[in-house]
Design a protein around this ligand. Structure first.
Ligand code: 7TS
Length: 412
């Protein structure tokens, strides 16, 4: 039985008071809180297993290596990948997308090619393509959005041509919470022999994900948004694509052998097996182990239950938002079309002021552009405040939030 009140007991930070009020944490789209189980396993790592991996024959190195490899296997199972070879640990979603940009696109794209993304993307799915397009001369195109901030899929379809080599979209918008029809977009990409890169930063933590069923070529996500620590993220890639890619970072641990023939000649290098070919240098070992524990925690709860709970909260919150006169919210009005993210504004108020006033009552929300400035500009707004939910949030917290919001609205 899914019980958020029981789940809350695992999160020490939720006992905090802020400004004399019980903490209400509604900034989960930025990062989630961490359960005791994740915190404990990381402490245990440094107390019992700490060593560098894949380098030593000694016991500690063997133990640490096994834990770190198991973390890859756990993540592979979580998203139904074909084994740990398809799971590259990186720093975060941003680095995962950059890895594909610099390993795949840099080598394959040139003038005449096109990368197709959308106006609703997080900057991490815009900037790498803009930087690389200047080096390689390809074009970046942006599919339009509808008046409610959701993807205009017809625009995406119209912009897809024989020149399209990559379609990169987010699964769930970090501003509106709207869920994109990934299967349809993947089919479209493959009809044109393009690859699809899915930004799963806001979907993997909140719903069941099956990379085979979605048929995406790459999937990027961050550990810190799904109960794990900061500094660890994941790039899933189809094995055949990862096999043919050149590495992004060079250094230790990512080669099998390097032989330098002569002072002036190039070295002969044999890359390491997947996924290590893409994990140069000492990785975030403890972070990987923390992420494994986070995944185990989510699997115990069940991702269907996570999604159901958040949907119930969102449906309830959207209904209550309807009570306001001066509060406007954006995104789908039907909770079944979205995840638990609600952006809003109060007429005549700056979103940062709204967030500060909520903070004075112990309620944490994010404000501003949420690293999605093009989306806000397209909607004609100078930012928004944003409430986002997770497994430990409750209807009572939403009631309190609405009550405080009403008092802010009354002085607006
Ligand atoms: N893609 C999406 C859809 C995101 O929401 C974020 C982070 C990223 C990529 C980048 O993730 P990172 O872990 O590499 O930083 N989104 C947010 C947010 O909405 N508020 O703070 C971070």
């Amino acid at each position: 039985m899914f019980n958020p009140y029981e789940i809350r007991k695992d999160f020490p930070i939720l006992d905090r008071e802020i400004n004399g009020y019980k903490l209400i944490y509604f900034d989960n789209a930025a990062t989630s809180q961490k359960p005791r189980q994740v915190i404990d396993v990381m402490k245990e790592f440094y107390e019992k297993y700490n060593a560098n991996i894949h380098r030593g024959v000694h016991t500690l190195s063997q133990e640490a290596s096994e834990l770190y490899e198991n973390a890859h296997k756990e993540v592979a199972n979580f998203i139904n990948a074909d084994g740990m070879e398809e799971i590259v640990f990186v720093k975060n979603t941003t680095e995962a997308i950059n890895l594909v940009a610099y390993s795949w696109a840099l080598n394959k794209l040139s003038e005449g090619d096109e990368v197709l993304t959308t106006l609703l993307e997080h900057h991490s799915n815009i900037i790498p393509w803009e930087i690389l397009s200047k080096i390689r001369g390809f074009k970046v195109k942006y599919a339009d959005i509808n008046a409610d901030g959701t993807l205009n899929i017809e625009s995406l379809e119209q912009l897809t041509t024989e020149k399209t080599r990559i379609i990169c979209v987010s699964h769930v918008s970090n501003v509106t919470g709207a869920i994109n029809d990934v299967k349809r977009i993947a089919k479209l990409a493959h009809e044109y022999d393009a690859i699809i890169i899915l930004d799963g930063a806001q979907s993997v933590p909140h719903m069941p994900i099956d990379v085979k069923n979605l048929d995406v070529d790459f999937l990027a996500f961050s550990g810190h948004k799904m109960l794990g620590p900061t500094g660890i993220g994941v790039l899933y890639g189809k094995r055949e694509l990862l096999e043919e890619m050149e590495p992004f970072l060079g250094g230790g641990s990512m080669i099998k052998s390097v032989r330098c023939q002569s002072p002036n000649g190039n070295c002969q290098i044999e890359w390491h097996d997947l996924p290590w070919k893409f994990e140069a240098g000492t990785p975030n070992i403890c972070g990987g182990i923390g992420l494994m524990e986070a995944v185990k925690y989510l699997r115990r709860i069940g991702m269907e239950n996570v999604q159901r709970h958040e949907r119930e909260l969102t449906e309830y919150a959207l209904k209550r938002f309807g009570e306001f006169e001066k509060v406007k919210f954006y995104g789908p009005k039907d909770a079944s079309l979205k995840c638990g993210i609600i952006p809003f504004n109060i007429d005549g108020m700056n979103p940062h002021d709204v967030a500060l006033m909520l903070d004075s009552f112990g309620i944490m929300v994010r404000s501003g552009y949420h690293c999605a400035e093009p989306l806000h500009r397209r909607l004609g707004i100078k930012g928004s405040a944003r409430a986002s939910f997770y497994i430990y949030n409750t209807k009572e917290e939403i009631d309190r939030f609405i009550e405080v919001l009403r008092s802010i609205e009354s002085v607006a």
